[in-house]
Design a protein around this ligand. Structure first.
Ligand code: BGC
Length: 251
């Protein structure tokens, strides 16, 4: 009998949607459709768990390893922040909560970090020397710092403050801010120009990678940015979180 490709399920919990799929770990491709449900209003733990269960039951393959990504700082299984989810998650034993609620072991990590892992293993950061900085532009701004292929976890550069302004980088320049303020691509790109040139000044990365759902429209805004650092869309676009969560589940 032919050997089955190594596979795992990845679930990516975001501020707006909860997405999942079964992933072929040999190349990071999706073996099932990408299943998506809306993140429940308020994003309280019990409601998020119920939504994750719904996604998992649609995917099937209950024996595959499972990785879950979450939009918060994750330290030893605990969620330590809550920018776009209920404040209940701050200091919450989230990994245990999901393991008990789902009745199976999981690997639990920050959503942008796992997207970074996906891009290192199967995408734009593969083989990149030095500092690759992945940013996800969605409900919030997530970041993953990858140095010589190694993730430095829990960077939160989406929350960079803006001098003399109330709104942080994320509140001003995330994709949700484009929608909220009904910005054209070029008006939004002006905000991104500030964001990426600030990151460039502070961190001097070798490569920026742009993920999140809007990365499929990268042609509309990346060419408008004037920065010295190369900047490319995430190869796995908005699936990077699913793929990275799955990949980490077997580490
Ligand atoms: C959170 C990050 C997360 C990002 C993208 C931010 O608000 O603080 O942990 O990675 O949103 O979801």
């Amino acid at each position: 009998m032919a050997k089955r490709a190594p596979r795992a399920v990845g679930i990516d919990i975001g501020g707006t949607g909860i997405k999942g799929a079964l992933v072929d770990l040999s190349d990071g491709s999706l073996l099932t459709d990408r299943i998506k449900v809306a993140t429940p209003k308020g994003a309280e733990p019990e409601d998020v768990l119920a939504a994750v269960k719904k996604v998992l039951s649609t995917i099937g393959d209950h024996d595959a390893p499972l990785g879950v990504a979450f939009p918060a700082v994750v330290r030893r299984g605990k969620t330590m922040s809550a920018a776009n989810v209920a404040k209940t998650w701050i200091g919450f034993e989230a990994e245990d909560f999901f393991q008990q609620g789902l009745g199976r072991d999981i690997h639990f990590a920050n959503d942008a970090d796992v997207a970074g892992v996906a891009e290192v293993r199967y995408g734009a950061a593969k083989g990149v020397d030095g500092l690759a900085l992945l940013t996800t532009l969605g409900t919030g701004i997530g970041t993953a710092l990858i140095y010589d292929g190694v993730l430095v976890p829990n960077s939160e550069l989406g929350h960079l403050p803006r001098a003399n302004h109330k709104r942080s980088a994320e509140q001003w320049a995330a994709y949700s801010a484009k929608e909220r303020d009904e910005l054209s691509w070029s008006a939004w790109a002006e905000r991104l120009q500030w964001y990426y040139s600030t990151l460039e000044d502070l961190l001097n990365p070798d490569l920026f990678i742009v993920g999140g759902g809007v990365s499929k429209h990268a042609d509309e805004f990346l060419p408008l940015l004037q920065i010295d650092t190369p900047i490319v869309p995430a190869v796995h676009r908005n699936n990077a979180g699913i793929i990275g969560a799955a990949a980490l589940s077997v580490d």
